[in-house]
Design a protein around this ligand. Structure first.
Ligand SMILES: NC(=O)c1ccc[n+]([C@@H]2O[C@H](COP(=O)([O-])OP(=O)(O)OC[C@H]3O[C@@H](n4cnc5c(N)ncnc54)[C@H](O)[C@@H]3O)[C@@H](O)[C@H]2O)c1
Length: 442
């Protein structure tokens, strides 16, 4: 077979600055984990970049190196973190309040967490109605606030001697909005910043500032942000990598594991009722119907694209899909979800499946955030600018080219991601055909 050429990738030298709007439960769990891994306290469970292997070549070659041995990713020792929050708590205090890590874990890495203090945030209560905090920037226009964020980024980069930056939104979910005129072009967006257009949310100002400065942007929440024509265009113009949206964890992760199995075996689904209780600050924010709407849209889209009711109307045409999130403070970050799935099979006979998942939301989200940071930085160094659809694996509502439907099936997403990595390093793509091991047609 002809050798494929590797894509030239700029070396991951020097420090990678990670800037995070939103330093709550997920962020502090991410930081505690990164520091714990750096101090060899525990293995990096859940992270493909840290403990995943990748098959290269034929199955009989036995090449299964670690992803990080063959893909030039930034090393965790070179990662420095800063961020913004509307609360002044340093990351140790915020982690204590979030209650995800154990006291023992916080003692082991608390000295590191206490050194990270959030910068004043760009915040507009109209977009997160359930929260208010003192650590916010004041400015006459949204443009002024953008300039302040830009200064923060430059200062952070210089103070920490960073070679490059990545920004990842791990802030609260903003209310649901539809793209309107101000979001259509870079010019209308910039005019909107200068005229305080009410359609521009805080997260969009962070994303705009990142992209404009050539800094890759990742959206871990379900709201629009970089999923609007103006910012997609800006990313193209500035040749910056970006992706989103909404980390795929918990109930939706289970859905995208199970639903492809039903479709593979042509089992029909009449109904899928998903409900869960959650008591952390994210749950409180999602208790507002407008913020919940952003989440609902991102959660509902998953089944339709996996099951393809347009192609299989007899199996999935009448599927009733309902998702509920209930704010229930006693559980904190320990989400409990219930799924009732009504399915049918041979001769139309009906069956039921019940799933009761007792998960820890931030424990599932932290390795996803880490992988996204390192892979997006890789994409930028490899010159892959624009939407990073190959990272769909990590998102509930993956950004994608307008000409295609998003891919939600977790296993296709994994295959796509690993083939992209093989492609980057000039290895053969794996089709799993496997015909080369047999002599069928000789
Ligand atoms: N945990 C998961 O499994 C998971 C999965 C998918 C998506 N998410 C999303 O990740 C985000 C973070 O979740 P979390 O559990 O850490 O929530 P959290 O409430 O603990 O933390 C969010 C933080 O963002 C801050 N914030 C809000 N607006 C801000 C702004 N404009 N600038 C800077 N900071 C701001 C809040 O003060 C808060 O500290 C949410 O949007 C959530 O929906 C989480």
């Amino acid at each position: 077979m002809a050798e494929r050429k590797a894509i030239p990738i700029r070396e991951a030298k020097g420090k990678l600055g990670v800037l995070i709007p939103g330093m709550g439960a997920v962020t502090t769990t991410l930081l505690a984990g990164i520091e714990g891994i750096r101090r060899n306290l525990y293995p990096p469970f859940g992270s493909v970049t840290q403990m995943g292997h990748i098959r290269l070549g034929r199955r009989d070659e036995g090449r299964q190196p670690l992803v990080k041995q063959v893909i030039p990713l930034a090393d965790l020792k070179d990662v420095v973190v800063g961020g913004w929050d509307i609360f002044e708590d340093d990351c140790l205090t915020a982690a204590r309040k979030a209650g995800v890590c154990t006291n023992e874990q916080l003692e082991q890495v608390g000295d590191y967490l206490s050194t990270i203090k959030p910068m004043p945030a760009v915040f507009d209560r109209r977009f997160v109605k359930k929260l208010d905090g003192p650590n916010v920037k004041q400015g006459k226009t949204l443009w002024d606030k953008h300039l302040m964020l830009q200064e923060d980024m430059q200062r952070f980069k210089e103070d920490n001697g960073c070679d490059r930056l990545v920004m990842i939104w791990i802030g609260s979910t903003e209310v649901y909005i539809q793209p309107s005129e101000v979001h259509f072009t870079v010019e209308s967006f910039e005019a909107g910043l200068k005229n305080n257009d009410p359609g521009i949310s805080s997260s969009m100002i962070y994303a705009y500032t990142a992209l404009k400065n050539g800094v890759p942007y990742i959206n871990g929440a379900p709201h629009l942000t970089n999923d609007c024509p103006a910012l997609v265009k800006l990313a193209q113009e500035k040749k910056v990598a970006h992706c989103g949206k909404d980390f795929k964890t918990g109930q939706t992760l289970m859905k995208t594991i199970i639903a492809p199995g039903f479709k593979a075996r042509l089992l029909g689904v009449d109904g899928w009722f998903s409900t869960n209780i959650l008591g952390n600050r994210d749950g409180e924010v999602l208790d507002d119907p407008d913020s919940f709407k952003s989440k609902e849209v991102s959660k509902l889209s998953v089944l339709d694209t996996i099951l393809q009711p347009d192609i299989y109307p007899e199996l999935y045409g009448d599927l009733f899909h309902k998702v509920r999130i209930n704010y229930y403070p006693p559980r904190g970050d320990n989400k409990e979800s219930w799924d009732n799935i009504d399915i049918f099979g041979w001769m139309g006979r009906k069956m039921q499946i019940k799933i009761n998942f007792l998960c820890r939301d931030s424990i599932l989200a932290a390795p996803v955030a880490l992988d996204l940071i390192l892979f997006t930085d890789l994409a930028q160094r490899a010159g892959m600018s624009g939407i990073q659809e190959w990272l769909s694996f990590y998102f509930k509502a993956p950004l994608h080219a307008p000409s295609v439907y998003p891919e939600h099936d977790l296993f296709i997403q994994l295959w796509k991601m690993k083939n992209t990595l093989r492609y980057l390093i000039g290895e053969e793509l794996i089709t799993h055909l496997g015909i080369e091991y047999y002599n069928y047609f000789e």
